[in-house]
Structure formats: C-alpha cells, structure tokens
Ligand binder design. Structure first.
Ligand code: SF4
Ligand code: SF4
Length: 300
C-alpha cells in the first residue's frame, strides 16, 4: 500500500498516483470487500506514514504506551532533509507486510491509520507561504494489484471519506499538518530549527506519554501558566494533550505566543540569558586581549 496521505510535494512522478487533482465531489469507481481476489495485497507491502492521532488511536487500541508503540511498530523518517521527522509503520521482521495484517484482514481495523482509510485516494494538503490555512485536493491511486477499481460501485470522494471515517481523523490532526506545511513553505525566513526544537516536535507529535510527563514536570509549570482545569484535561485525554501540543509547537517553532507564560519566571530566564551573554562577551574579550599580549611579547 503506497502512502497516500498528506503530501505537500506532489507525488506524481513515477508514482501510481493519477496526475489529476480534484475536490471531494469527484466520483470514483471503487469497492474493497472481503472475498476479493486481491484481499490483503495492499497490506503485504506497506509504506504508511502515521499522524499524531493515528499514534493515539493505535496505542489505545493495543493498550500500550506510546514509547512501546514507537519501538515495536514504527520507524522514523525525515519529513524534510535534516528537518522535522515523521514515523511510518514498521513492517514485519525481514518482510514488507504490515504487522497488523491477519488472514481475515486488519487486526486494528476500527483504529487503522489515516493512510489506510484514505486508500486508494491521495490527500494533497497545500497552503500559501507563511499561512496556517490549508486547502485539500485529492487524487486517485491506481496500483496494479488492487482490483477494487474494477468493482461496479461509484461514489464521490467525500462519500468515501465519510464511509471510511476519515473526517474525524483529518480534523483532529489538522494542526499537525498545518505545522508541517508552514515549516516546509516558510523556508529561510524561519531559520533552521534547533536540535532541541526538533526533539520537542518528535515528542509532542509521536510520543504523547513522554510529552505528558514533560507537561507535569516542575520546569514546565514554572515557565507556563496553565489553568488547573486545562492541566486536568491534558492529564486525562491523549487527544486534548495532542491538540495542546500543536499550540505549544507554534510557540517553540515559530515564536508565536500561544501559551501564557509566568512573567516572573520569564523575566528571571531573560536575566539569566543576559548574564550568560555578558559572561561570554567578557571571556571573549579576555581571550582576545591575552592573544594580543602573546603576539606582542613574541615580537619583542
Ligand atoms: S494497519 Fe491494517 S489496513 Fe493498515 S496496512 Fe496494516 S493491516 Fe493494512
Ligand atoms: S481491493 Fe485494493 S484495497 Fe481492497 S484488499 Fe484488494 S488491494 Fe487492498
């Protein structure tokens, strides 16, 4: 199954994506059903990117932590060279099939990832430079092994999205897509993210249990001013935590004021940074003067 979800870069060249973009009213001819001759062919050779909401649904379905899910069922990859990362489903050891594939079908069907729900439709999210608002277009993916295209049923892409339960998935992960699109299209105006901010992006988006520990840490509450009710929601709901995380990343990656900070702590940190800067400047000055002394005594 080719990953058909969330492409800011058009995947047309050499791919099975039909190079014709359309909106949700476009009719497609497709049906996947048990008993079809190609049953499970799509899940035998996977390339499936996961959204943060996919992670939440899968970890809840399997009743494991996000750390365990990441370790056993995913592999990281670069969403852009040297930049922010994504995660994909990890296939079976020494093979290409999905670990969740069973002879009777998908063993996590009710919580299957967005890309699996979309298939064989490709979502192409796009946005204007430095804006968060994205627009969605769709394309059809035709892979030779998939016989669903030969079935007589026809329906619109919007009807197909509804049938596959994609709308909820798209809505909840919208903030994540917008962050990626903004990062990809903002280029040098935003600058290269620090290693620390890339690590934060990974933790917030793909490792919610670790992010929760971070949010309840003393350091976090010293810096950020979160109302008690909001903190309560974050502790009890993975989805609320994820949505909060997207806001947090806007602050970390793009310097937007999305979460209130304690003024006293902020002032203290600014003062510490100022002192550190002064110390570095003094050290640099002393070093330059020592070097000048050395040069002078050598020339005597
Ligand atoms: S999660 Fe389910 S639908 Fe998706 S590739 Fe795996 S087995 Fe197939
Ligand atoms: S019809 Fe397509 S999506 Fe359905 S099982 Fe066959 S290959 Fe997979």
């Amino acid at each position: 199954m080719t990953d058909t979800y969330m492409a800011a870069d058009l995947p047309f060249s050499g791919s099975p994506v039909i190079p014709e973009m359309s909106d949700g009213n476009k009719k497609i001819q497709f049906q996947c059903k048990k008993g079809i001759a190609c049953w499970n062919a799509c899940c035998s050779n996977i390339d499936i990117s996961l959204t943060p909401y996919d992670i939440v649904r899968l970890k809840q379905h399997l009743d494991i932590t996000s750390g365990e899910l990441l370790q056993k069922y995913t592999v990281p990859y670069e969403l852009e060279p040297g930049g922010i990362a994504g995660v994909k489903l990890r296939p079976v050891e020494n093979g290409t099939a999905c670990q969740f594939m069973k002879p009777e079908g998908c063993s996590v069907y009710e919580d299957r990832p967005t890309a699996c729900r979309y298939y064989p439709v490709a979502l192409l999210s796009m946005r204007k430079q430095d804006e968060y608002t994205d627009t969605s277009s769709y394309a059809l993916v035709k892979e030779e092994h998939c016989l669903g295209h030969q079935e007589a049923r026809s329906l619109t892409i919007d009807e197909y999205r509804k049938e596959q339960g994609v709308e909820e998935y798209d809505e909840i992960a919208r903030g994540w897509r917008q962050l990626i699109l903004k990062k990809k299209s903002s280029g040098p105006s935003i600058g290269k993210p620090t290693k620390r901010s890339l690590q934060l992006f990974f933790m917030v988006c793909y490792d919610p249990d670790r992010f929760r520990e971070f949010v309840i840490s003393e350091g976090f509450s010293e810096l950020y001013d979160l109302p008690v009710e909001e903190m309560g929601k974050l502790l009890h709901s993975d989805t609320e935590l994820m949505l909060f995380g997207f806001r947090f990343l806007k602050q970390v990656l793009f310097g937007e004021n999305t979460i209130a900070m304690h003024q006293e702590t902020t002032a203290k940190r600014l003062e510490q940074a100022k002192q550190k800067l002064q110390q570095l400047e003094t050290e640099a000055r002393e070093k330059r003067s020592a070097e000048a002394d050395d040069m002078y005594s050598e020339s005597e």
